[in-house]
Write a protein that binds this ligand. Structure first.
Ligand SMILES: Cc1cc2nc3c(=O)[nH]c(=O)nc-3n(C[C@H](O)[C@H](O)[C@H](O)COP(=O)(O)O)c2cc1C
Length: 291
């Protein structure tokens, strides 16, 4: 798919295999590509528990994990062993206690440690659970981060694709500016979207008083709206990975109708179980889209 060698068009979204311990297992249940992380430079515990709530009647989750992970150096030892036929994405972010002026260095440090093993590296600017992270959607901050990563990529022969993972909760103008910057850069694509922190959505689910972002069926509409909007703005050669609310073949197909090149899933797998992956992939006419 536009130069990314995936086995099929359905991938595992970031956040389930945070420490890259289950890459082979997720490959075995039928995912066409696997994204691990979010990985930060130092190990961190994340936010206090409880930090995941099942909103069962809405087939949704509320999570405020805050990037618990073992830290990039420890996780790297597992990335080295991943079989070459698996399309591997590594999602990177800053530690919670990193000062705003040091955040670029956190992304760079993670990139330097993982780029050799990754088919794509995702710059996560969209978790609602790390303070100030979403301020990186503003063009100036954002440009500084991508310039640093793209310069670093240019210094090496191995050049993984670089994706940006986007929030579903920004204003239209923010997306316009962000996509313009992406169009004028060598960024390869976008992942739309992370969880939603929208207060109206959280109110409608009776969780406005709790921290965290919504995923699953309740995220689908806002995520699809942003997907549709970004599709009209983004250059054709960029890869669009859509994620948010995929639970069946119809919601999977809908993402392609709205302009996605690839899709990912997390919450659907939690509610429906691993057989969902093969059910969806079996129905995909474009099952092997390597190119
Ligand atoms: C418990 C949980 C943890 C997550 N952790 C991460 C993460 O570490 N990094 C990230 O980029 N996205 C993370 N996500 C967001 C998912 O990758 C995905 O963008 C979002 O859940 C929407 O997809 P879904 O509706 O299929 O779950 C997490 C989602 C959940 C539910």
């Amino acid at each position: 798919m536009k130069g990314l060698r995936v086995k099929n068009r359905l991938g595992l979204a970031a956040g389930l295999d945070k420490n890259a311990r289950l890459i082979n297992e997720f490959d075995n249940i039928g995912f066409g590509f696997v994204e691990v992380g979010t990985i930060t430079p130092k190990a961190q515990y994340g936010n206090p528990k409880p930090r995941i709530k099942r909103l069962i009647s809405h087939e949704s989750l509320l999570n405020s994990l805050g990037f618990p992970n073992e830290g990039v150096r420890s996780i790297k030892s597992r990335l080295k062993k991943v079989s070459g036929d698996i399309c591997l994405g590594v999602n990177i972010g800053p530690n919670k206690d990193t000062l705003p002026e040091e955040v670029i260095n956190d992304y760079l440090l993670c990139y330097e440690e993982v780029f050799e093993y990754a088919d794509f590296v995702t710059i996560n600017i969209s978790s609602p659970n790390t303070p100030n992270l979403r301020s990186l959607h503003n063009s100036e901050n954002f440009k500084a981060v991508i310039d640093a990563i793209l310069n670093e990529r240019n210094r090496h022969q191995k050049k993984p694709k670089v994706f940006i993972k986007i929030s579903p909760d920004e204003e239209s103008k923010t997306y316009t500016n962000l996509i313009e910057t992406i169009n004028n850069s060598a960024i390869d694509g976008v992942i739309i979207s992370n969880t939603s922190n929208n207060q109206n959505l959280k109110k409608s689910l009776n969780v406005a008083h709790l921290p965290g972002g919504i995923s699953g069926k309740s995220l689908k509409n806002s995520s699809n709206k942003i997907l549709k909007e970004i599709k009209t703005m983004i250059n054709k050669e960029k890869i669009i990975v859509a994620v948010g609310g995929i639970f069946d073949v119809d919601s999977y197909n809908e993402k392609f109708e709205l302009g996605a090149d690839l899709v990912q899933m997390y919450t659907g797998l939690i509610y429906e179980g691993p057989n969902l992956v093969k059910r969806i992939v079996k129905n995909d006419k474009q099952i092997s889209s390597n190119s």
